[in-house]
Write a protein that binds this ligand. Structure first.
Ligand code: ATR
Length: 282
């Protein structure tokens, strides 16, 4: 029998994960299916029972269940413990193990598209916008790769301070208000936008003003819908390099697929087709 894989969330009909993992299954010649499970708000308990009875081999977890699924897994990997959120569950000998591949997926995508940043890790100055779950995962993965200078800016600056404390960075890195971050923008080699600001249907919005941009700084946005956010469009027009969010989506999926199958997939060939898909193509 082939692998039974899937993704749980609500709503799930626009999830791109079935498309991505369908390609991975095809590319690697594995027998299996990957299907979306739309789980209503009060149905998680019984749906988890059903998934166990079905003998599901692994599944992804998306909004709004990344935190809620934690109480149903038998073990949490350190990637999920650090973020207190799970995006991938692996079934091993009947036990469910929760992982989080988002942060690692982000860093891998950045490395594939902007290898220069990784040539001088100890001197790279990073500004990260946001202090939610996504920010936490990315900060953890950046620290794992050896980056040390990561200032945080957030609408609620106290949350940025708390996040720095959680990672024991409060002595070496700054928590900035959005206004202070705008003023100091030219200090950074890499600026990472991790909030949902600018996501459809709020395409016109961006979290900070960019007038103090330094040419050639890399501006990165984890929002991939629209594929090029106002934040990235403006950064590009002011001379910055940019990094789109759909790469993170592909690489977090590749890590999940590897956890389920043991097979390393190279998702690079899907970047272009995914871009077309997001632009409303096939
Ligand atoms: P996620 O898990 O996707 O990171 P989250 O944990 O709800 O989502 O975090 C959302 C982040 O987006 C927070 O940093 C939030 O800022 P606050 O901590 O001040 O709430 C940020 N955010 C959301 N809407 C925003 C807006 N309109 N302007 C600026 N920041 C915003």
């Amino acid at each position: 029998m082939g692998l039974l894989l899937g993704v749980i969330g609500n709503p799930i009909k626009h999830s791109l994960s079935p498309w991505i993992h369908g390609h991975f299954l095809q590319q690697t010649g594995e027998q299996g299916i990957y299907r979306p499970f739309d789980i209503g708000e009060d149905k998680l308990d019984q749906s988890v029972d059903t998934l166990r009875l079905m003998g599901i081999d692994g599944f992804n977890v998306t909004v709004p269940y990344k935190e809620k699924i934690m109480k149903y897994v038998d073990e949490l990997d350190k990637s999920a413990k650090a973020v207190q959120a799970v995006n991938t569950v692996v079934q091993k000998d009947g036990k469910w193990i929760g992982y989080n591949t988002d942060g690692k997926g982000y860093v891998h995508s950045l490395q594939m598209e902007h290898p220069n940043v990784f040539r001088n890790i100890s001197n790279s100055k990073i500004l990260l916008i946001g202090a939610g779950g996504a920010a936490k995962g990315i900060v953890g993965a950046l620290l794992d790769r050896g980056f040390q200078s990561i200032d945080l800016t957030n609408r609620t600056v106290e949350k940025a301070q708390t996040l720095l404390q959680q990672f024991k960075l409060e002595k070496d890195c700054d928590a900035l208000t959005l206004r202070d971050a705008e003023k100091r923008l030219n200090e950074y080699d890499l600026v990472i936008q991790t909030t949902k600001v600018g996501m459809t249907p709020n395409e016109g919005m961006q979290p900070i003003k960019l007038q103090n941009i330094r040419k050639n700084t890399i501006f990165s946005d984890i929002v991939y819908n629209p594929i090029e956010t106002t934040f990235l469009q403006n950064a590009k027009s002011l001379g910055a390099q940019i990094h789109h969010g759909h790469g993170m989506l592909l690489y977090q999926a590749a890590y999940a697929y590897q956890l389920w199958t043991g097979i390393e997939v190279d998702p690079k060939s899907l970047l272009q087709p995914l871009e077309q898909k997001l632009k409303g193509g096939s």
